[in-house]
Design a binder for this molecule. Structure first.
Ligand SMILES: [Fe+2]
Length: 600
């Protein structure tokens, strides 16, 4: 029987489903795109249904179910922790086993998927969280040999994993365990700075460009990466695990008023060192900017130390990275530019959504010994819509909203969109299959001219709730990368930050961050033909091989359906919308009334 492997992240935030077969990835999607609950940690029932639909398969075709969770992993470390911290430890063990049972008992699984148990003929596999992270990157990278490094908050009682990855084998060489976590340290400090929602670390990374790292030495007293002992985190100031798993507190992943709850993970004594913690929503001070810069700088030091240690252990300077910390593009930029490694592949969904992909790949290529497939070089593995489906959505939505669309040829669409950019217009762009991972990569994007006068200010004025310190991302023709940026390594998934070359800083001012950097996406024609041709057409007209790209959403997960795209366009201050081949310019009266775009 041909293997069809379904990989799930079913217990951490950003739950997801990924389907792989002998030829590689078939489909991958995060549950939040369908159920519209950002970062949700529910069982990914709809994502499972969607990847099966995209593959034209049913659950009875699935030969193997790979769950990115193994509560029996790291037993020794857990028992040692429980012995030292009985109250917290037992709570942790209880939560872990409860979730495991909920998610893996055959009857419970069938029930959650929404099918009779008899249809579930698959073999069940559990893949440890960090092994899944490393597998997601290694098996998608196409590298024959690499050092695997996964760094995050925690998963299956592990916070860092180093592995020697060769052929179809992943040989784990080191693990760090809670409460020593670099990811949780970053999250704790992010909370101290008033960014208290799940997944706001990237905001602090953006804010860091506005400050000076004057507190970096102080932060070095709290956490470090020791080659012998691994991550060492001071529990006096950062009682992360006792906060996360104390019986009084609810755990990560639980919803509170529709939001993922993030417990406070720093001790009040921290205020004696840095002054009062910032309250969410209050103005940012120089202290906050400097603290962000210091946090980012010291994180980079620890991250680089982890990479050096890992390279020493494996003797290999090609890296595959994953785990939430691998989303830190500034840190990744330093790894590349300071030559701490040679080649690198960062999984497009480096956060916990990606563990579904890693679990599937691990079972397929390691356990089932299917020959490895070439590099996965693009991330367009989600839902796509036919022109007929888009037209039906337009017929349903447009008259009600007072919008009219016209169908354009491919050439007309490119010409019209480039024309709109050159008039300073903001264009919603909904094309092809949606992106896998947290970034919009040109299929569910809001696009604009990166150098139009005041474009950054125009966008910030039109985008509600978007902090002005957050940068907009550049998408660049891959072959022009080193002309515009000091960076030679390609970045298809927008997870490495490079310096903008001085001669380009004014020409692409809207995507040039405060510290003269950009979170670049390189685009090659074989990765995304239409997007590449659009940037190429823009370059032909303006001489600029870069466009500005931000995600297509409004205080919600990135739009999933054409209906959502049209509705988001209608209520916000975008000027034009291209949904498939259909083009719409907003009537002036409606534009005046529209709300500002709230892109959070
Ligand atoms: Fe993780």
């Amino acid at each position: 029987m041909e293997p069809l492997v379904l990989g799930l992240n079913a217990s951490h935030p950003d739950s997801s489903a990924v389907l792989m077969n002998r030829r590689g990835v078939v489909a991958a999607i995060c549950e939040e795109r369908i159920n519209r609950l950002k970062h949700c940690a529910v069982f990914p029932r709809q994502a499972i249904q969607e990847v099966l639909r995209l593959a034209g398969a049913s659950i009875s075709d699935v030969t193997d179910l790979a769950i990115a969770r193994d509560p029996y992993a790291n037993k020794g470390a857990k028992l040692a922790f429980i012995a030292k911290n009985p109250r917290v430890g037992f709570s942790l063990a209880k939560v872990s086993l409860q979730r495991h049972h909920q998610n893996t008992a055959p009857q419970s699984l069938a029930e959650q998927i929404g099918v009779p148990e008899a249809q579930c003929k698959f073999t069940l596999h559990n893949v440890e969280h960090h092994l899944a992270h490393i597998a997601s990157s290694f098996y998608w990278s196409g590298f024959e040999h690499a050092t695997g490094l996964s760094v995050d908050g925690a998963g299956d009682f592990c916070t860092v994993m180093v592995a020697d990855c060769k052929g179809s084998q992943i040989n784990v060489l080191r693990r760090c365990h809670p409460p020593h976590s670099l990811g949780m340290f970053y999250t704790a400090m992010t909370g101290f700075m008033g960014f208290t929602r799940y997944g706001e670390e990237y905001k602090v990374m953006g804010l860091a460009a506005y400050g000076k790292p004057i507190y970096a030495d102080q932060l070095a007293n709290f956490v470090r990466y020791d080659p012998e002992k691994g991550v060492q985190l001071d529990q006096t100031y950062f009682p992360t695990y006792s906060r996360v798993y104390d019986r009084e507190e609810r755990t990560f992943g639980e919803l509170e008023n529709g939001e993922i709850r993030v417990p406070k993970m720093w001790d009040d004594s921290l205020e004696q060192i840095f002054g009062p913690a910032r309250k969410r929503g209050s103005p940012l001070t120089e202290r906050d900017n400097n603290l962000a810069a210091s946090l980012q700088r010291h994180f980079e030091t620890c991250y680089i130390d982890a990479v050096k240690d890992a390279a020493q252990r494996t003797g290999c300077r090609d890296f595959v990275l994953a785990g939430g910390c691998a989303l830190n593009g500034v840190g990744n930029g330093r790894l590349v530019m300071e030559k701490h490694l040679d080649r690198v592949y960062v999984h497009p969904a480096a956060g916990d959504d990606g563990t579904g992909a890693g679990a599937a790949a691990y079972v397929l290529f390691n356990k089932l010994a299917v020959p490895r497939t070439p590099e996965v070089s693009h991330a367009y593995w989600g839902t796509g819509w036919t022109d007929a489906q888009i037209e039906a959505a337009i017929n349903e939505e447009a008259p009600r909203l007072g919008l009219s669309f016209r169908k354009l040829s491919r050439e007309e669409l490119l010409r019209t969109t480039v024309g709109a950019f050159c008039e300073g217009k903001i264009v919603g762009w909904f094309q092809g299959r949606e992106e896998w991972g947290p970034r919009a990569l040109g299929n569910r994007s809001i696009l604009a001219h990166p150098g139009y006068p005041n474009m950054k200010a125009i966008l910030n004025a039109r985008i509600k709730n978007r902090e002005p310190f957050r940068p907009f991302a550049p998408a660049i023709l891959e072959e022009k990368l080193s002309q515009v940026y000091e960076g030679a390594h390609t970045v298809p998934f927008m997870n490495i930050v490079y310096k903008t070359r001085p001669e380009w800083r004014d020409r692409i001012s809207a995507v040039n961050h405060e510290d003269n950097t950009g979170r670049v996406q390189t685009v090659r024609r074989d990765q995304n033909e239409l997007y590449y041709d659009l940037i190429k057409a823009f370059e032909a007209k303006t001489g600029i091989p870069v466009i500005l790209n931000t995600s297509f959403n409004e205080n919600e997960p990135i739009v999933h359906t054409p209906q959502q795209a049209i509705a988001c366009f209608a209520r916000t201050k975008m000027d034009c919308l291209a949904v498939g081949p259909f083009w719409c310019e907003k009537p002036e009266a409606m534009a005046a009334k529209a709300e500002v775009i709230a892109n959070d």
